[in-house]
Design a protein around this ligand. Structure first.
Ligand code: B1M
Length: 212
């Protein structure tokens, strides 16, 4: 099974084929990183491009996402190095109004692999829910993900809510997601921006002064 077969299976939302393809590719010696970055993520990018063109619709995006998740499920133990010493705790979530979680989950996996404990609040997380998690769990970092231009402002609102609750200075804040940029992160007063899951773990470590 080639990377192209996996790409096609994810693109077409065929979860059984995607899972079988990943298992076969791993058996043939392809690395988990290559499967993720050369087949799965490009397939989701193509799904988005076709959606924009009106050639794919929401249900098709959803079944492609399920196929991606089936693939990631198999890759996870290989991407996450078990038994790494804990370097800090991250409260992670997709912001209010936003249901996209594939990128957030990958970021969580990579952070876990880098030794962070992850408290995943899920999707559509309100500013209040972030505040409550910070008050109760006392994390080192709050990580927010947004995939929609319309939900980007929820990141700023969350930072304001953390300030209002008096806990902003107790945490570092990292933001990311396809429409997010360093400029935007600076504008809303986040401590850091990460462009992808790999850099998220480097950025998180550097915010805490831990060697990468
Ligand atoms: Co939606 N969707 N979607 N969608 N969807 C996008 C985002 C879109 C760009 C598609 C398009 O038009 N080309 C578009 C947004 C346009 C815009 O805002 N300008 C869009 C739209 C419009 C919508 C709806 C509004 C559609 C509708 O209903 N009419 C709707 C909104 C629902 C809602 O959230 N309220 C919607 C719904 C959905 C589905 C539910 C069907 C499904 C999501 C399923 C799921 O996540 N479980 C879906 C999908 C799958 C997509 C696309 C096709 C793929 C997203 C994805 O998973 N990418 C997407 C198009 C695209 O991105 N090309 C699209 C792969 C993933 C690995 O990348 O999430 O970017 P990404 O994560 C990366 C980095 O961004 C970064 O690291 C990750 C890994 O490297 N990163 C972080 C992410 N979070 C981070 C946090 C960090 C650091 C880095 O620190 C904390």
């Amino acid at each position: 099974m080639t990377l192209e077969n996996i790409y096609t299976a994810v693109l077409n939302g065929n979860a059984p084929d995607a899972a079988a393809g990943v298992s076969a590719a791993l058996e043939a010696g392809t690395s988990a990183e290559d499967i993720l970055h050369k087949a799965c993520i490009p397939a989701m990018t193509e799904v988005g491009r076709l959606f924009e063109l009106g050639d794919k619709f929401v249900p098709e995006m959803l079944i492609a996402a399920r196929a991606m998740q089936a693939a990631v499920e198999i890759l996870k133990p290989l991407l996450v190095d078990e038994g790494v010493e804990t370097v800090g705790t991250v409260v992670l979530g997709t912001v209010a109004g936003d249901l996209h979680d594939i990128g957030k989950n990958l970021v969580g996996m990579m952070l876990e692999g880098a030794g962070f404990e992850i408290i995943d609040l899920g999707t559509d997380v309100s500013p209040d829910a972030f505040v409550k998690a910070v008050q109760e769990k006392k994390p080192d970092i709050v990580g927010m993900s947004a995939l929609l231009t319309t939900t980007m402002p929820a990141m700023g609102r969350t930072i304001e809510a953390l300030k209002a609750a008096g806990v902003r200075d107790q945490v570092k804040i990292m933001v990311g997601g396809a429409p997010i940029s360093q400029d935007f992160a600076d504008k809303i007063g986040a401590d850091a921006f990460a462009g992808d899951a790999g850099s998220a773990s480097r950025v998180a470590k550097s915010m805490l002064g831990v060697a990468a």
